[in-house]
Design a protein around this ligand. Structure first.
Ligand SMILES: *Cc1c(COP(=O)(O)O)cnc(C)c1O
Length: 429
């Protein structure tokens, strides 16, 4: 059976792991830091990347690789790796091709943690960023690209602004300039959007969110489409296209080809040196989450739409953003990129601004106040006083977050109960 041709739901349940006769049906947790070899020659081949195999779980672990293979199948990619967090995934995906003196163009409408990673920490490492509106024109995106630009970055559905990216247009401009497009697909998940089908080259995830889906384990993933021809732009990507002396002079793009170079380099260099691994226990939990991802996403989206429709009808609410809500600024784009639904997260403004938003949230009985988002239990957050509190007023505006914005993450409960809870909390203001 060719796994590639399966539908997304079947992949959620089955992809990546095919036990043989008498082997465990459930993905085994290989709780071992190290692996045994008969000869030093056998092990030496692994260190030279001449043979594939396991020697130390900081680089690779069989449980993590099974779950990464499932995520690669879900996204339609050629290879994938797990990371210890979504932050590590976005850091590794960008740092794998950019170094001091380089530049990256990113949508300004991205997760606050990623914005901080780019705008503060990676700048300190000598990598420059230009932020563009997710609604920029082709010309504006083109104008942001410089000779030292190494990648273009954006989120399918931005957390928490819920802007929807025109992935095809971003890919077109990136490719015209010989650059890969990196898409963080955390909120949409591959159930609702597969960015590679629209031209993305690298896809990242915070698996902490819907993929895990139960708030059990922090994690991330990076998927390579295998479609970007690094060698065709060898001058831009020396790390992939010139010999790596720390592995006896192998050249990743030559030895591992378009399908394997990016993930192999990312594992062999960045995981080796920076060590942001996902534990096999976490990968096991992630796999259980993935097995129901397609079923859960449907319910998250149904609840999201019902809650968004209710909020829109309430006179206590000044505005509602939900890409699948008719009349939303991103409704048409969502129909193209997210035809089966967007996500369970709804953003809205409570009339009366910040104090009213805080009062509303305090009065909620089912929805809990959490930094977390995108899991089975409904939760909500006031980003301007939590995740995004380090941003200036202008930066908040640039990333689409007003001070009255409440991010409401619809879980898997019954929509009627969620709406009744919201209604009583709004009435209490
Ligand atoms: C949460 C999140 C991240 C960061 O992931 P962690 O697992 O918390 O490190 C990155 N991107 C998006 C879109 C997210 O929602």
């Amino acid at each position: 059976m060719d796994e590639k041709n399966l539908n997304v739901g079947t992949k959620c349940v089955q992809a990546g792991y095919h036990p043989g006769n008498g082997e465990p049906r459930e993905v085994p947790i290989i709780q071992s830091t190290t692996f045994k070899y008969n000869t030093s020659e056998d092990m030496g081949k692994l260190f030279d990347l001449e043979a594939s195999g396991y020697f130390y779980s900081r680089l690779q672990n069989p449980t993590c690789d099974i779950v990464a293979a499932k995520i690669a199948a879900l996204e339609g990619g050629s290879a994938a790796m797990l990371t210890g967090s979504g932050q590590a995934a976005n850091f590794f995906a960008t740092f794998n091709i950019a170094q001091a003196g380089d530049h990256i163009v990113s949508s300004s409408s991205i997760y606050g943690g990623t914005f901080n990673l780019f705008n503060v920490t990676m700048r300190k490492m000598g990598i420059d960023f230009t932020f563009v509106s997710p609604d920029c024109t082709e010309e504006e995106l083109q104008a942001a690209i410089k000779p030292n630009t190494k990648a273009v970055f954006g989120e399918t559905i931005a957390n928490p602004a819920l802007t929807v990216l025109d992935i095809e247009m971003f890919a077109k401009v990136a490719h015209k300039n010989g650059l890969p497009l990196i898409i963080d697909n955390t909120f949409a998940t591959p159930v609702n959007c597969r960015p590679i089908e629209f031209g993305a080259d690298i896809v990242t995830h915070s698996t902490t969110k819907y993929m895990d889906g139960h708030g059990s384990a922090v994690g991330g993933a990076i998927v390579d489409s295998g479609k970007f021809d690094w060698m065709a732009h060898a001058d831009k990507f020396p790390g992939l296209c010139t010999p790596d002396e720390s592995y006896h002079g192998i050249t990743y793009a030559e030895k591992f080809g378009m399908g394997g170079a990016f993930i192999t380099k990312c594992t062999a260099q960045l995981m080796r040196d920076l060590g942001s691994v996902q534990s096999p226990q976490s990968a096991y939990l992630l796999n259980i989450g993935l097995e129901s991802l397609h079923v859960r996403m449907k319910r998250h989206c149904e609840n999201g739409l019902k809650v968004a429709e209710f909020l829109k009808s309430s006179d206590k609410v000044s505005w509602v953003t939900y890409p699948s809500l008719e009349g939303d600024k991103y409704y048409e784009r969502a129909k193209k990129y997210l035809p089966n639904g967007s996500c369970g997260v709804v953003s809205f403004g409570v009339k009366g601004g910040k104090p009213a938003a805080e009062k509303f949230m305090k009065a909620l009985k089912i929805a809990a106040i959490e930094t977390h988002v995108a899991d089975a239990r409904t939760c909500c957050l006031h980003p301007a006083s939590a995740t995004h509190r380090q941003l200036t007023e202008q930066e908040l505006i640039d990333c689409g977050i007003s001070s009255d914005l409440v991010r409401f993450s619809c879980g898997l409960e019954d929509a009627e109960d969620l709406i009744a809870d919201i209604k009583q909390a709004l009435d209490s203001i």
